[in-house]
Design a protein around this ligand. Structure first.
Ligand code: CA
Length: 424
């Protein structure tokens, strides 16, 4: 577990003035890592977000490469030392201001990419409120299957179609089975949805055959981003049995560009509490540290910007709010469970949390929940309605952490836009 140190002191200001704005996602207490480039001809470079600027990490002299996997795989003490050096250089009064000013770029001047090349992608299902609501649509009397409270449910997803915020993708086509029909239709998905998730990015991998214990599980994670698991519900309903999601999910997934490190999240740890009436985690999924502060207090939001809103100059409407601390399993438990059979994780692997819905009906992290399976259209303030996403809709995920005696930090945005199905 990450301990608090000087880098978390809420009163510290930066000589980068925009990093001192109360509502910035990137004060000097955050210091997330991402990859940027000036244009398509340039290789990706490692950057650090500070206010509305990007610090070129290589240009600071703190590292001699631009290999994000190498940075992510550094042992925890080295990661902490780098964070401290960045904080020392960027805080108000730093002697490095004159030199590091040369390493600063405006965020609007550069393209932000995926934080790193992604090896394997696994998506979990830790949002118990999501699992219960969706389960009720299928099985009103028995929404949660018996395994749900014993192990973190997951499936192996598709890494090749994951894109950084700003991703645009064509509405997928596929097979769907209309109610009452016995033969499937083929065409563009009519029930395209988003899923509000976080992604945990592996830094330190494990050797095949060597499970990661709960004691070491968090050290394996380098950082966290937002993740939108776009889902074609009609395709999913027809294809998912017996082997789980396939083409309903693999056409696109969008992530935010900045890896918010576990070190930056240290002030926002909270107890992991398992209801006494529920099965307690098996020993390989349990630790005292996990019980004391295994959960994360991360506030989450989903915004929708329809084409009509965009034309009217509106940035969109907030559809829901929820919090990562309501997840049924912690990030450490995901790593311990994923590796317990000997499966090896590698730097750059991505673990999705599953849809993070809150306990209240209006806290659903997908349209499937907010519209009760498409039965209750969602009214929007401009008079439009949505059951599922329409062409041109942009979905924006946001996240921020707030706690007493801590500086607010944010994740930046995770934006993706649905384009019309491509002509065949
Ligand atoms: Ca998902």
């Amino acid at each position: 577990m990450s301990a608090l140190d000087a880098t978390h002191a809420p009163g510290t200001r930066s000589w980068v003035e925009s990093a001192n704005a109360p509502d910035t996602d990137f004060p000097v207490q955050n210091l997330p890592f991402g990859r940027f480039r000036h244009d398509l001809t340039e290789p990706w470079r490692i950057g650090v977000a500070i206010g509305d600027r990007v610090l070129d990490l290589h240009a600071t002299g703190l590292v001699d490469h631009n290999d994000m996997h190498r940075l992510m795989a550094e042992p925890v003490p080295r990661r902490r030392a780098l964070r401290l050096a960045l904080w020392e250089g960027l805080r108000e009064g730093s002697a490095l201001q004159g030199v590091w000013t040369q390493a600063l770029l405006r965020r609007t001047e550069v393209e932000l990419g995926l934080p790193c090349e992604i090896g394997d992608y696994t998506d979990f299902y830790t949002g118990i409120h999501h699992a219960t609501t969706v389960g009720k649509l299928l099985r009103p009397d028995n929404p949660l299957l018996p395994n749900y409270k014993w192990l973190p449910i997951g499936y192996h997803g598709r890494a090749s179609s994951i894109g950084a915020s700003g991703q645009q993708f064509h509405r997928p086509r596929g097979q769907t089975l209309k109610p009452g029909a016995t033969v499937p239709d083929f065409g563009p998905s009519a029930r395209l949805d988003y899923e509000l998730e976080l992604g945990a990015w592996i830094g330190t991998g494990n050797a095949q055959g060597t499970p990661v214990s709960m004691a070491d599980a968090e050290n394996a994670i380098f950082g966290v981003t937002l993740l939108n698991d776009w889902s074609a519900r009609d395709v999913q309903t027809w294809e998912y049995q017996p082997l789980g999601p396939f083409l309903a999910k693999s056409f696109a997934t969008t992530v935010s560009p900045w890896l918010v490190t576990l070190e930056a999240l240290a002030p926002f740890r909270t107890a992991f509490v398992r209801n006494a009436a529920d099965p307690q985690p098996l020993p390989y999924l349990d630790s005292e540290a996990n019980r004391l502060q295994g959960a994360l207090n991360i506030q989450l939001e989903v915004w929708l910007q329809t084409p009509a809103m965009r034309e009217a100059g509106s940035t969109g409407v907030r559809l829901s709010q929820s919090n990562m601390r309501d997840a049924y399993w912690t990030l450490a438990q995901l790593v311990a469970h994923h590796t317990v059979n000997g499966c090896n994780l590698r730097a750059g692997d991505l673990l999705g949390t599953g849809t993070l819905s809150g306990p209240a009906p209006e806290q659903g992290g997908s349209l499937l929940e907010l519209t009760q399976g498409g039965k209750r259209p969602l009214p929007l303030p401009n008079g439009e309605t949505r059951t599922f996403l329409q062409d041109g809709d942009a979905v924006i995920l946001r996240a921020a952490c707030e706690a007493p005696q801590a500086r607010r930090i944010g994740f930046g945005e995770c934006r993706g836009t649905v384009l019309a199905a491509r002509d065949l």
